[in-house]
Design a protein around this ligand. Structure first.
Ligand code: PHE
Length: 465
């Protein structure tokens, strides 16, 4: 009987990409990290939380928290070549550590709920950019366009469904290789366009004083602005940015080859990712001040300010469209990596095929996501803990679930897995000659990161101190 029970049959391995080259590994991992976090979330949060002090807190969190968690996740996944839950099950049989992976799958839903909606806004903006509706230097005009878009329930819902369907189709088709190849070409273009917009923003004619104000806002910290709740938001952003604390990097690590240098790749991904965020800030804040926009408008900042900058450039309309398309593409890599977490879990833990698992994930996501999609229209007055659903999913995932996941991941690597195993896994059994770096990482992951996360989390939630 046991023999014929399909649940007990060994599952065929998930159809997964196996990154073959160092460049492929780097690009794919960076592809998960880069996304709306850089272009939309970072500027919006920096604007809303007082500027440079927040940027500083974000960078410090990225180094002391994001990077160690990323290395921990990658090495957990690579050591088992399995999804997040199975990796923990194998490393700690009979223990509850797999719950960290399960929490991550749940976090993926919450993140995708609002993420897919923002991508929908990006896509719905493209026809507006083409038609010339955004061709203005007046942020009050673009703000009106944006508000009318997000308060349209039908457009918000249908836009989100299209985004979900698009990601689901790629996941089912399993053409991650194609995506990888495409992002390899497009990431440099994204950099180029960002630099171009940044240069324009820094050279707006007759606006020297305002440009200086914008840069000061971004780079001259006023530390009195750092409350614990701001610190928690900065740390949450560091988690979100590097796609850590929820199993995505465990899954990606499982695609790594055994000779990949994990600490080095993680460091490079982190540096490139921070650079893109800063570039986005440089592209946006001088213009915010130059055109008298409000830096603290929140989620709309990208949609309100960027068009006013591109509008002053030669071929501004084309640059705006290109920027939107590239934002959507940057977000695709991130969405795929988010989707993969619940899909991999369902496909491995149940009898569902990968296609069925994807369809179920997509339907569940459309249900949860609709609450975010309708947050500025039909459900605008429904508030939980004073937040709309859109803000709630965002807050819950970044400020709660990812830090909790990251805390346990570091505790696992630092205190449960053990130094000899971690050393072997990260030095590739001594072949990399990077033991000093690994030891340094291990010390941080064991003593610094968990304590920092715990203190910022508890104080940021106002539970302590
Ligand atoms: N890092 C992605 C971004 O900045 C978001 C993400 C979070 C992706 C968590 C995967 C996991 O847009």
């Amino acid at each position: 009987m046991a023999q014929s029970d399909p649940a007990l049959k060994p599952k065929k391995p998930l159809v997964r990409d196996h990154f073959t080259t160092t460049l492929g590994i780097f690009v794919a991992t960076l592809g998960s990290a880069l996304g709306l976090g850089n272009l939309w979330k970072f500027p919006a949060l920096t604007g809303a939380n007082g500027g440079a002090a927040f940027v500083l807190a974000y960078i410090i969190s990225t180094i002391l928290v994001g990077l160690p968690v990323m290395i921990s996740e990658l090495v957990i996944g690579r050591s088992q070549h399995a999804n997040a839950i199975t990796s923990f099950r194998r490393l700690a049989p009979g223990k509850l550590w797999w719950l960290v992976g399960a929490l991550g799958a749940l976090a993926a839903f919450f993140i995708l709920a609002f993420y897919t909606e923002v991508v929908a806004w990006v896509l719905l903006y493209i026809p507006k950019a083409i038609s010339g509706e955004l061709a203005t230097s007046d942020p009050a005009v673009t703000e009106k366009v944006f508000v009318s878009l997000i308060s349209n329930p039908v457009a918000s819902l249908v836009g989100q469904w299209i985004v979900i369907a698009y990601v689901a189709v790629i996941i089912i088709a399993g053409v991650a290789k194609g995506i990888e190849r495409v992002t390899r070409i497009l990431i440099p273009i994204l950099f180029a366009i960002l630099i171009l917009i940044g240069i324009r923003s820094l050279t707006l004619p007759g606006k020297a004083a305002e440009i200086r104000q914008g840069l000061a806002f971004l780079f001259t910290p006023d530390l009195t602005k750092l409350t614990f709740s701001v610190l928690l938001t900065a740390m949450g952003l560091a988690f979100f940015k590097l796609s850590v604390g929820m199993g995505t990097m465990i899954t990606y690590g499982s695609y790594f080859t055994d000779d990949a240098n994990i600490p080095r790749i993680a460091l490079r991904v982190m540096l490139a990712d921070v650079l893109v965020s800063i570039l986005a800030g440089v592209a946006i804040f001088p213009a915010v001040f130059a055109f008298g926009a409000e830096p603290a408008v929140g989620p709309g900042l990208l949609f309100i300010t960027i068009p006013t900058v591109t509008n002053t450039m030669p071929l501004g309309g084309v640059v705006m469209v290109a920027f939107l398309v590239l934002t959507a593409i940057a977000a695709t890599g991130a969405m795929l990596s988010l989707f993969e977490v619940p899909v991999a879990y369902l496909a491995e833990k149940t009898r569902l095929t990968r296609t069925q698992a994807t369809v179920i994930t997509a339907v569940l996501l459309a249900l949860i996501g609709s609450t975010a999609a309708l947050s500025s229209s039909t459900l605008a007055n429904v508030k939980i803990f004073g937040k709309t659903f859109f803000d709630l999913w965002d807050y819950l995932s970044s400020n709660l679930m990812l830090p909790i996941g990251g805390f346990f991941i570091c505790v696992f690597v630092g205190w449960v897995w053990g130094w000899p195993q971690v050393r072997d896994a990260l030095t590739n059994k001594g072949t990399l000659n990077n033991e000093r770096v690994v030891k340094f990482f291990y010390g941080i992951a064991k003593f610094v990161t968990p304590i920092l996360v715990l203190v910022v989390l508890l104080c940021g939630l106002g539970l302590f101190g």
